[in-house]
Ligand binder design. Structure first.
Ligand code: GLA
Length: 659
């Protein structure tokens, strides 16, 4: 299997390139400007199906040949797209039943993108026909260094409810369960009298006036993931013959709820992520770091690509907030710090027409006499200076448990509190660790976690018996586990584990929960350590664990709020509530006891990441940050590091070898 693309060398730099929107003279100028900015890689052809196949079976490759040759002559490598995210109008006209249908029963209209169902036989056939030709024609083209399949599977087109999907779903169920008895048991169809006597009676879990069977919905999410994944695999297998790496760009590892990216990752030769800042969020750089760490974890620690981010305004957000001075540089280098070996943007040149004409680009509407262009050129030279970072790895001593199935299950209807969302607790723990300058990996609960000093499970509502045993083995052999409330509650079918909560984790945590007491919207409770907490309270009964802190107010006053169970050589901690702002203080002694290494005394606005022997220091504050005790060369300025990172600046120190 080919790994990370051999070319371009160093840290790849560039973006989505749509020359088909521009006359030849602009295309020629593009290549000149790309060279000026140090661009080494562009993604091409992503939405160009109708230009490549203007009518069924009639292909026009000449325009693409010309562009590929021009880029190659300029030394710019190409990540060649397959344009299956935009089926041509002729296709939709000929196969109107290929249009996706929403859960509410609305048929998707034309004139946008993602307008064919991944399970529709005609779409699969048309995909094969086109991709076979692309592979034949460009597999050996010297400009093409890798393939970019489709675009952002799962967003916006996640679940589809068209007749082809329902057929494929029934096949998927037959394969998964083999018998209707097994399905009826797994789905608990005795509840509300839903027992099925024939496979043909089973429908997709389309919109209903009240809650649809949660186990059925959970399986539909799995089926949807698999339907898109097989559309990817179909293409990947056709492209494999070229010997060049194949990828698809994830629609934001953190935000793409609809795809189980742990299942996707092994099918890609290189992980590629798209990340857009939520422009209005003050802490959006922490969200970026989380997305990057999850990307690296999906890559198993190998280098990955930031395939799309923005130079400024993102036009699909409520306001196209421009980046602050230096923010694009901080964002780009934060991805590199966390393992990316490519920095790519959507898009090269701002479009004059179409849905995304107000989206930022590397060449803005204002042209090259603009701050964005100057920043783009400067970034090109930063990335050239960072070539020596390529291929090096980021080590983490702490991991956070992340499971898309738990994400799906937790956010179905009728949970004990509407405040329970998957990302809320994960983000809270991630932020506390980020501010303590601790780099984290993300892990599936069944993964080998033996190498981490601390593993945190902030939101493991769905946890199988097997995964719970994995966590238990980890603790028994010396690991430190931190579990947050409402974890270990249900199995893979959203069925409550037998007995008192948290069924899958009772023994490991040395406690049981008698009753949940979710808090009102603005309600606060206090803990014996002084912190206030929100969202959740519950009645914990100790069966082996000891109480570290109690609730002092609220429905569980006097009862345990933070507990620890010493088990084998390790310890399992439990937090029965959401500390309002004291999470970091609460974690500090746990991290200390587990001997997690991290720098002390730095401002909590300084991003501090060690990649190989390069220390990335990103100052997100308006004041300088002193970083004592670090010696080495600032790779970006080629000067000795003077122990201070100016406001808003990025310093990459090649650490001096230890004496
Ligand atoms: C997504 C898509 C791109 C573009 C950008 C704009 O990531 O993949 O085609 O629409 O958003 O932010």
């Amino acid at each position: 299997m080919p790994g990370y693309p051999a070319l371009p060398e160093g840290i790849a730099y560039g973006g989505d390139y749509y020359p088909e929107q521009w006359p030849r003279e602009v295309q020629e100028e593009d290549v000149r400007l790309m060279r000026e900015a140090g661009v080494t890689l562009v993604s091409l052809g992503i939405f160009a199906w109708v230009l490549l196949e203007p009518a069924e079976g009639r292909y026009e490759f000449g325009w693409l040949d010309e562009i590929l040759d021009r880029l190659h002559a300029a030394g710019i490598a190409v990540n060649l797209g397959t344009p299956t995210a935009t089926p041509p109008p002729w296709f939709s006209r000929k196969y109107p039943d290929s249009l996706p249908v929403t859960r509410e029963g609305v048929t998707i209209g034309l004139g946008s993108r993602e307008s064919a169902c991944s399970s529709h036989p005609a779409f699969l056939a048309a995909t094969s026909a086109l991709v076979t030709r692309l592979a034949e024609r460009y597999g050996e083209h010297p400009a093409v260094v890798m393939w970019h399949v489709h675009n952002e599977y799962g967003a916006p087109l996640g679940e589809c409810y068209c007749p082809a999907s329902v057929n494929a779903w029934r096949d998927w169920l037959r394969h998964a369960y083999e018998s209707l008895d097994a399905l009826n048991d797994a789905w608990g169809t005795t509840f509300w009298g839903q027992r099925y006597g024939d496979w043909a009676e089973i429908d997709a879990p389309r919109w209903s006036h009240t809650v649809v069977n949660p186990a059925q919905r959970l399986d539909y999410a799995r089926f949807t993931n698999d339907a898109h994944l097989s559309h990817y695999r179909l293409q990947r297998d056709l492209l494999r013959g070229s010997g060049k790496p194949v990828t698809t760009n994830f629609a934001g590892t953190v935000n793409c709820k609809s795809m189980d990216l742990w299942r996707w990752a092994p099918e890609l030769d290189v992980i590629a992520n798209d990340h857009y800042l939520a422009g209005e969020r003050a802490d959006n750089h922490i969200h970026l770091a989380m997305s990057a760490d999850l990307s690296r974890s999906l890559a198993g620690g190998a280098p990955w690509m930031i395939m799309e981010h923005s130079t400024g305004a993102v036009s699909w957000q409520p306001r196209g907030i421009a980046k602050r001075p230096g923010e694009m540089r901080r964002n780009s280098l934060a991805h590199v710090a966390r393992g990316a070996d490519a920095v790519m943007f959507f898009q090269w040149r701002a479009s004059r027409y179409g849905a995304e004409k107000f989206h930022s680009a590397m060449v803005p509407h204002a042209g090259t006499d603009s701050q964005i262009w100057r920043d783009v050129v400067a970034l090109g030279s930063d990335l050239a200076a960072l070539a020596e970072v390529r291929g090096s790895r980021v080590a983490a001593e702490v991991a956070i448990v992340w499971d898309w199935e738990s994400y799906w299950a937790l956010e179905l209807e009728w949970r004990p509190s509407g405040d329970l969302t998957f990302l809320e607790r994960i983000s809270a723990f991630y932020e506390a660790l980020w501010r303590a300058h601790i780099t984290t990996d993300f892990v599936h609960p069944s993964a080998d976690i033996s190498g981490y000093r601390v593993v945190v499970a902030p939101s493991s509502y769905l946890l199988t018996e097997a995964s719970a045993k994995n966590l238990q083995r980890y603790v028994e052999s010396g690991g430190t586990l931190v579990v947050s409330y409402f974890s270990g509650i249900v199995n893979e079918h959203d069925t409550v584990h037998p007995g008192a909560h948290p069924g899958a984790l009772r023994d490991l945590l040395g406690l049981s929960v008698e009753e949940f007491h979710p808090l009102r919207e603005h309600e606060r409770v206090t803990l014996s350590g002084g912190a206030t907490a929100r969202v959740w309270s519950e009645r914990v009964r100790l069966t082996g664990a000891r109480s570290d802190q109690r609730f002092t107010t609220g429905p569980d006053a006097g009862h345990p709020a933070v507990t620890v169970n010493e088990l084998g050589a390790g310890a399992a901690w439990y937090l029965a509530t959401a500390p309002a702002d004291g999470l970091r203080d609460l974690l500090t002694p746990i991290l200390d006891r587990a001997a997690v290494t991290r720098p002390r005394g730095l401002p909590d606005t300084l991003e501090h990441v060690l990649r190989g022997r390069h220390l990335f220091l990103i100052n997100h504050a308006d004041t300088p940050a002193a970083v004592p005790g670090v010696t080495g060369t600032d790779v970006l300025t080629r000067t000795p590091f003077d122990g201070e990172v100016p406001p808003g600046a990025v310093t990459v120190v090649r650490l001096a070898p230890l004496p």
